[in-house]
Design a protein around this ligand. Structure first.
Ligand code: 5GP
Ligand code: MN
Length: 326
């Protein structure tokens, strides 16, 4: 655990200030969105002013979450606050324009569970044993005795369920289930929220999956599975960034595969790399670090400047090296 403060100190900072902005990483997932909205709703319950910024604005698939209308794109002109809170974000560049839209603040708080977090900010609380940042936000709310309303509980459920892969990944602990039990007591309806989070997708996503399956490559004698998705395919399908999230799980699930990689060509000559490892001995965070990215041992990513084929060749080489000498 890399941390320079306690949850009690963060709670005190929240109590003693009035105007807050909560921000999280570009291309947010359920953990980033759920934490940011849960924190803002909690601060509002405490009588504070709280806004939520994210470069991508609200996600279509998470609009069902109560309070998701709080999420706005950052303004063009910087705004001042008492406190800025960055949540679920390992490095400042990952905050995108939301970071530069924060003007003068008295305090920066950094709450996260990424082992690769650079520790930016004044009050830093990084617990890399937490499966989701949502678990840390829950611990903060509970330790401080802050309000835990049904809307806050739903957002924390979305956060934790997303980053634990529906409570299936090895980072899921007894504590995670204790927290889940508490969220259910507060009002989360498991069937309803699971259907919205995991069983509902736009048709575009199925079209995208079709393209991904057509493009799958197996290398390293079937121990690596990868897919490179050209921008033209994404554009033809009309897919949005959020549609690609989780497609990599299908590659990873293949028997014999220990590392899966998903490469997506972005506008502006960039490629988004997404990687998963099925065995902690194969550290994909180290692989992505070679490309300027980071994340967790078994789930990591990076953004690289370069052509799709060229980046794919470099990534496959790095994977092959990792598999040969874990
Ligand atoms: P995903 O593959 O789902 O996009 O991301 C998996 C993990 O890698 C996430 O925890 C995310 O924070 C991290 N990650 C993804 N892309 C980047 C990146 O460009 N830079 C860094 N530092 N981490 C990333
Ligand atoms: Mn997370």
């Amino acid at each position: 655990m890399t941390t320079n403060c306690t949850l009690a100190q963060i709670a005190e900072a929240l109590r003693s200030h009035r105007r807050f902005v909560v921000i999280s990483h570009i291309r947010p997932d359920g953990d980033a969105v759920g934490c940011a909205v849960a924190l803002a709703l909690c601060l509002r319950e405490l009588g504070k002013e709280a806004v939520v910024w994210n470069d991508d604005g609200p996600l279509e698939k998470l609009r069902f979450l109560p309070g998701s209308d709080l999420i706005q794109k950052p303004p063009a002109q910087p705004e001042d606050f008492d406190v800025a809170i960055a949540v679920d974000t390992s490095t400042q560049p990952r905050l995108g324009d939301s970071r530069t839209a924060v003007g003068n603040v008295k305090l920066w708080i950094n709450l996260d569970h990424h082992i690769s977090n650079t520790g930016f900010g004044d009050l830093v609380y990084i617990d890399s044993t937490a499966p989701a940042s949502g678990q840390i936000v829950f611990e903060l709310i509970q330790a401080a005795g802050f309000p835990l309303t049904p809307p806050i509980a739903e957002n924390l459920w979305a956060a934790i369920a997303t980053d634990t892969g529906s409570f299936q990944y090895s980072n899921t602990t007894a504590r995670t289930f204790e927290i889940a039990a508490e969220l259910i007591r507060v009002g989360v309806q498991v069937g309803k929220i699971s259907e919205r989070l995991f069983q509902t997708h736009p048709r575009r996503r199925l079209e995208l999956l079709r393209a991904v399956l057509n493009a799958v490559r197996f290398t390293c004698e079937g121990r690596a599975a990868s897919c490179a998705l050209p921008l033209a395919t994404v554009t033809a399908i009309g897919a949005t960034p959020e549609d690609t999230e989780g497609l990599i799980d299908t590659l990873r699930g293949t028997e014999g595969v220990v590392i899966a990689a998903f490469l997506e060509e972005l506008e502006g000559g960039k490629v988004r790399i997404s990687t998963r490892s099925k065995d902690p001995r194969y550290d994909v965070c180290k692989i992505c670090a070679q490309f300027g990215g980071g994340g967790h041992t078994q789930a990591a990513g990076a953004r690289v400047t370069g052509g799709l084929a060229e980046v794919e060749a470099r990534v496959l080489q790095a994977i092959s090296d990792a598999i040969q000498q874990p």
